[in-house]
Design a protein around this ligand. Structure first.
Ligand code: FPP
Length: 238
């Protein structure tokens, strides 16, 4: 399990609504069950030794959902995060949020800032929550920052651009997992995932187990990553 581990895993946790519908339950029950899965997968990531785990919890497009679902999701995120802060601290997890935080309700913004401040020393794993996140929005916000900062055209390169993305300082995402049978990226880490390996499963997020997570990692470990090159260098045969 140890060799060729992905440093950074991103997960598009999809299928909560369908999981609930199939059982005649309100969609929120699917989200609650999904939040429980999230806990298991965070623990599994810690055990495996993943350095960065990014969870797509609420996309910028999700603001278009019915108001009551949005508010219930916000409440769920608030209670989840407030319950987890102390455990994250104990486990050595550094919490970070990516996305347009200004669109979030102010009590959630405050809680996020607190979680980021309290867990800043965490050195076992970084848990990134993508909230009010859209990759195209992140890229546009970065372009605006560059213009505002007056960075000269000839100084703009990938390193400068990356240093201004929400994910600054994090490694590129190696593996993106999407549950629920949909095979698309839905505006998730488009820059950072330029060379990501993709793993799609029909399992709905509330049914996604630690065992399936481990098999997704093992599937990644068997893949040959060439980054557009030809494999002539022994470093790539590890
Ligand atoms: C996608 O399912 C899931 C979401 C929009 C929300 C994800 C939220 C959680 C897993 C719970 C809370 C997370 C954290 C980090 C506390 P969907 O509603 O799009 O499902 P559907 O496609 O079947 O309708």
């Amino acid at each position: 399990m140890i060799s060729n581990l992905p440093k950074h895993v991103g997960i598009i946790m999809d299928g909560n609504g369908r999981w609930a519908n199939m059982r005649g339950l309100p969609r929120i029950e699917g989200h609650k069950r999904g939040a429980e899965r999230t806990r298991d997968i965070i623990n599994a990531s810690l055990d495996i030794g993943i350095e960065v785990l990014t969870l797509y919890a609420f996309s910028i497009e999700n603001w278009e959902r019915p108001e009551d679902e949005v508010s219930v999701l916000m409440d769920l995120l608030y209670s989840y995060l407030s319950e987890e802060i102390i455990d994250m601290l104990k486990e050595g997890i550094k919490f970070r949020m990516i996305g347009d935080r200004e669109r979030l309700p102010s009590h959630i913004q405050k809680l996020i800032e607190e979680a980021e401040r309290i867990t800043a020393g965490g050195d076992r794993m970084t848990l990134v929550t993508a909230l009010s996140y859209g990759a195209k929005d992140e890229i546009l916000r970065t372009v605006r920052k560059i213009i505002k900062m007056g960075i000269p055209e000839e100084e703009i390169d990938e390193a400068v651009f990356e240093s201004l993305l929400d994910t600054h300082g994090l490694p590129p995402v190696d593996l993106i997992i999407r549950t629920s049978g949909e095979k698309r990226l839905s505006n998730f880490l488009l820059w950072q995932g330029a060379y990501a390996e993709l793993y799609f499963t029909d399992t709905l997020w509330p049914d996604f187990t630690r065992e399936e997570f481990i098999s997704a990692i093992q599937d990644y470990q068997r893949r040959e990553r060439r980054f557009g090159r030809v494999l002539t260098d022994s470093r790539f045969y590890k």
